[in-house]
Design a protein around this ligand. Structure first.
Ligand SMILES: [Zn+2]
Length: 389
């Protein structure tokens, strides 16, 4: 299919405008949500690129008073959110454009949440019914524009923010953190280097896979997850091999949104380990999930075998056994240049015990099909560090 035919307006799970070149609708989207003075929140790397300057120029030309905030780390921190909030209030903004990869989108969604709150960010950590403490009227409207295809944060109702003091990744949740409008424009992703395309694309795969394997009953999410896995199977190698392949880029950005839509069903052991590893080693989230993927799948084998074999049939593998699926994951990982062990990206075994404890306490652990103990997570992580599948 030609990428020019890949265009659509969807209302599932939120309002999505998908298609090449649709960033041209940004100012219109801001106005549709009632914004006159949006704050565009992005990361420092993107802030220097023409695509951000063009987005600002488009909004100004449409009569919007736009501001820019870009002091965001790769794994956004509570301090980043506080700083963004200061910029939001100083500029008297009335909405947020969340523009960038997962880090920028998560930070921007948290700033929008905090715009009209009197409590602190950590009071809204996704524990129990903390989210009901939020003054819902005070949540600013959000237009989300992902520039990577991985996290799917544009269709999610939560942000992952690192508590700087405790070096813990915390999930901040509120239903109104779901962006009002999303623009999925593959043109914004063509400049991503192959390594980033690979790591973010594998994050999208991990979301679809963990959602598929999570034990909760949610057939809608399961259907989405299987198609998301198929899109990664068909298009991630193409997007990595040729960054200009707009059809592959379009399909991957949709696969990413699908992964995050599906993981309302739950995540699992990959994310339970990737969160502490990201907080302790400041490593790339997608890269961590990509490396951990086969180890976690294998550890869950007896419980997930049937669904994995169903998925193997659906995506058209020649060998539709669990082992055939695992072989495909290993081959895909190698093909897109992901290392086989955590040791290869500089993660050592010095904090294994702590990692195990943090993994079992991570909110994602509840979605793993087997409730591993801290010791089991430590052992699993140790195998991934050494490369012993
Ligand atoms: Zn993820």
């Amino acid at each position: 299919m030609n990428y020019e035919n890949l265009s659509g307006n969807w209302n599932y799970p939120n309002s999505i405008r998908a298609g090449a070149g649709r960033i041209s609708e940004l100012a219109e989207c801001c106005k549709a949500l009632g914004m006159q003075a949006p704050l565009l929140i992005t990361d420092p790397g993107l802030a220097a690129l023409p695509m951000v300057a063009e987005a600002e120029a488009q909004c100004r030309a449409a009569g919007l008073r736009i501001g820019l905030f870009s002091e965001i780390k790769g794994n956004p921190t509570g301090r980043n959110v506080d700083d963004g909030l200061v910029a939001y209030r100083a500029g008297k903004h009335d909405g947020v454009i969340a523009f960038g990869g997962g880090s920028a989108l998560d930070a921007a969604k948290a700033v929008a949440l905090m715009a009209g709150q009197t409590l602190e960010l950590w009071d809204f950590e996704d524990v129990g019914d903390n989210w009901t403490r939020v003054n819902a009227e005070g949540v600013a409207p959000i237009v989300a524009v992902p520039t990577t295809a991985g996290t799917g944060s544009e269709v999610g109702r939560a942000s992952v923010i690192t508590d700087d003091a405790q070096h813990i990744k915390k999930i901040i949740f509120h239903p109104k953190m779901l962006p009002g409008i999303v623009i999925l424009d593959p043109v914004l992703t063509v400049g991503l280097p192959p390594k980033v395309t690979a790591a973010t694309g594998m994050d999208a795969l991990s979301h679809n896979l963990e959602a598929l394997c999570s034990p909760f009953w949610h057939p809608m999410a399961e259907g989405i997850a299987n198609e998301g896995i198929r899109l990664v199977h068909d298009y991630l190698p193409r997007a990595v091999a040729d960054g200009q392949d707009l059809e592959a880029r379009m399909q991957m950005i949709v696969a990413s949104s699908m992964g995050a839509t599906a993981f309302q069903k739950g995540l699992g052991g990959m994310h339970a380990l990737a969160h502490p590893l990201g907080a302790l080693f400041d490593a790339h989230h997608g890269m961590l999930n990509a490396i951990l993927m086969p180890y976690v799948l294998k550890a869950n084998r007896e419980v997930i075998c049937e669904r994995i074999e169903r998925s193997a049939r659906y995506i058209g593998l020649a060998d539709t056994s669990f082992e055939g699926f695992l072989d495909w994951v290993l081959q895909l990982r190698a093909q897109v240049g992901i290392p086989h062990s955590l040791g290869e990206i500089g993660i050592d075994a010095s904090q294994l015990e702590k990692i195990g404890r943090m993994a079992v306490a991570d909110p994602s652990a509840g979605g793993n099909p087997i409730q591993f103990s801290a010791e089991q997570y430590s052992a699993l992580c140790g195998r991934a560090i050494r490369g012993e599948l």
